[in-house]
Design a protein around this ligand. Structure first.
Ligand SMILES: C[S@@+](CC[C@H](N)C(=O)[O-])C[C@H]1O[C@@H](n2cnc3c(N)ncnc32)[C@H](O)[C@@H]1O
Length: 318
């Protein structure tokens, strides 16, 4: 009889390491080389962020796997017609990691490499970034990608009308730098299809603004908050308005909230996941919650070390 050695469960560190390996393009694809050979490699047009951005992208990439696996299986049974990734704040496709020489894959490219989407739709307001994102996506996943150069708040309605039906299932990634989203407008997507999961970067700038409002009532500050969250009321908190919006207006009663830390316990923003109620229940979100705890227990500094190890500039600390 052949004895099988039971596989040991991966540690949290190993799970994060695996994700960063994909994001650093050291897992399987050699996308960075391909882009470089086509004069589409790292450039100063790319956004540059601290290494904690790897925690955000790991959280996204982990969910891309869970989401597409379930969506494709439902599609095969005739439940959905199309599986779509909408990147509301798309960037250029690559992200430079601050204070390092490294560039990694951004959200739209990670979604393209996942292989499970019928279409990737990315919005980017900056012309140069939108242009290079379009070229990079079309090199990697021809004919399945669309980049809209414009303000997502203004453009989403038109795109939803043309591309989304009540049978489209969407992963909606909302990754602004600050409070640029206007949820009263982004809601047009949810009005068209209820099958939308939302993964959002929730800026801590919201708390700074709330602090100012509590200290010093000012109409421009309140207008700013209400442009972001139209349900925000004076005397309430933005967190309450966000939760109320996701639960009632968006119909996304379940989810998780994960802090993204740069150094020690310093939180830069949080990632908010909100999902629909499904016939099969919400058990599928359990691994995501487990992974969220891992993400919340590491910082940008840890990611920096992992990235250097992956790139071969530091001995493994595994
Ligand atoms: C945090 S970055 C996105 C990074 C990207 N998700 C990635 O992983 O590579 C935010 C991007 O949103 C763009 N942006 C800002 N306001 C926007 C708007 N109203 N509509 C569309 N894009 C916008 C910025 O130019 C910037 O490139």
């Amino acid at each position: 009889m052949v004895e099988t050695i039971p596989k040991e469960k991966k540690t949290g560190y190993e799970k994060l390491y695996d994700q960063i390996k994909i994001i650093a393009d050291k897992a399987r694809h050699d996308i960075l080389d391909t882009l470089e050979h086509n004069s589409l490699g790292a450039s100063n047009i790319d956004n540059e962020y601290g290494a904690h951005t790897l925690l955000k992208l790991s959280y996204l990439n982990y969910y891309l796997g869970i989401f597409t696996r379930i969506a494709i299986s439902h599609k095969k049974k005739g439940g959905f017609s199309k599986v779509v990734f909408i990147d509301a704040f798309g960037g250029s496709g690559l992200v430079g990691i601050k204070n390092t020489k490294y560039t990694v894959l951004g959200s739209s490219l990670l979604a393209a490499l996942n292989g499970g989407f019928d279409k990737i739709i990315s919005f980017e307001v900056d012309k140069e970034r939108a242009n290079i994102l379009s070229k990079r996506l079309n090199l990697i996943l021809p004919e399945k990608c669309q980049v809209i150069n414009g303000d997502v708040n203004e453009e989403i309605g038109r795109i939803v009308d043309n591309e989304i039906t009540s049978k489209t299932i969407v992963l909606f990634f909302v990754d602004p730098e600050g409070m640029e989203p206007q949820f009263s407008k982004l809601r047009k997507l949810i009005d068209k299809t209820q099958y939308v999961d939302i993964l959002m970067n929730y800026t801590w700038g919201v708390y700074r603004l709330q602090g100012r409002i509590e200290k010093n009532f000012s109409m421009p500050d309140i207008n700013r908050m209400q442009s972001f969250l139209d349900g925000y009321k004076l005397g309430g908190t933005p967190d309450e308005a966000l939760l109320e919006m996701f639960e009632t207006k968006f119909g996304k009663p379940f989810g998780d909230n994960v802090p993204i830390k740069s150094k020690g316990e310093k939180t830069e923003y949080s990632m908010v996941l909100r999902i629909r109620r499904t016939q099969g229940g919400t058990k599928f979100i359990d691994p995501m919650k487990e992974f969220g705890k891992i993400i919340g227990s590491y910082s940008g500094e840890d990611c920096n070390n992992i990235l250097r190890t992956i790139k071969g500039d530091q001995q493994s600390i595994l």
